[in-house]
Design a protein around this ligand. Structure first.
Ligand SMILES: Nc1ncnc2c1ncn2[C@@H]1O[C@H](COP(=O)(O)OP(=O)(O)OP(=O)(O)O)[C@@H](O)[C@H]1O
Ligand SMILES: [Mg+2]
Length: 248
């Protein structure tokens, strides 16, 4: 269980009126054999600094697809996603990967931890990807200290050498949260972060996410099909028939 809230590196309070990420008219389809399924038919969303937005919708409505596009993990066919004033859908894939590793953090339903790495190594992974080998070597001590601090805050200091297979689901998700926070992301994307957990463990993970938002001003976009969890965000949008609507 988390003891304190993992802190963003900068204590600067967020300016809640400032738009940090803006998706406009996002379109995406998938080809299945001879037919084409239009999943996103023009989704628009402006995210303000320090905001916690939940996107809900039925299974297959396109929530993960939209989250992946907003987090530069996938490309769209129409529309634009502006982050810090620049449309990254027009950037090269190298530039997009750089932006993604440096500015965004991700938490997924099935954790996506590397099974052969221990807890500390999994947490350091984002920093390894973001830094060149030389820069990682020279910053090794500071990066280790940051990873250990995050893991301590998430109540995992006694599990540093454990592999994912030796952890509970809730512990795995807390490692994934530590990894996502390692590079101090400007936006944290969470795709069904409690979807694979029992109710009580899911509640603990939700508490960590909420505290991150409340105490550190972390900007968060969370996808869920659980209406009760979505209601804990500042703003709830529903993805329906390929478009985003305000929740009732
Ligand atoms: N790579 C792909 N190839 C073909 N179809 C895809 C692909 N990715 C997603 N789809 C289709 O797009 C639709 C939306 O998928 P998506 O995973 O975004 O839904 P979701 O809202 O996240 O669902 P869930 O709540 O079950 O996670 C689904 O019908 C899915 O089958
Ligand atoms: Mg999904």
């Amino acid at each position: 269980m988390a003891r304190t809230t993992p802190q963003a590196a900068s204590p600067t309070p967020p300016n809640k009126t400032e738009s940090i990420l803006s998706a406009r008219g996002i379109q995406r389809s998938f080809r299945m054999g001879d037919s084409v399924v239009q999943v996103l038919k023009g989704c628009s969303l402006t995210l303000r600094e320090g905001e916690f937005v939940a996107i809900e919708g039925r299974s297959g409505s396109g929530k993960s697809t939209l989250l992946h596009i907003m987090g530069a993990l996938d490309e769209c066919e129409g529309g634009a996603v502006e982050f810090e004033g620049q449309d990254f859908t027009q950037m090269s894939s190298t530039h997009r990967s750089w932006l993604r590793n440096k500015k965004f953090g991700f938490i997924f339903q099935f954790y996506h931890l590397l099974p052969e790495l221990n807890v500390l190594e999994n947490t350091l992974l984002a920093a390894m990807i973001e830094n060149s080998w030389l820069s990682f070597r020279s910053n090794r001590k500071a990066l280790h200290a940051r990873a250990i601090e995050l893991l301590e805050q998430l109540g995992l200091s006694h599990r540093l050498k454990h592999r994912p297979s030796q952890l509970s689901g809730g512990e795995r998700q807390r490692v994934a949260i530590a990894r996502a926070l390692m590079n101090n992301p400007r936006v944290l994307f969470a795709d069904e972060p409690t979807g694979n957990l029992d109710v009580e463990t899911g509640r603990q993970i939700m508490d960590v996410i909420e505290k991150l938002h409340r105490d550190s001003g972390q900007t968060i976009v969370m996808v869920t099909h659980d209406r009760a969890l979505a209601r804990e965000a500042d703003r709830v949008l529903v993805l329906k028939d390929g478009k985003l609507e305000k929740a009732e």
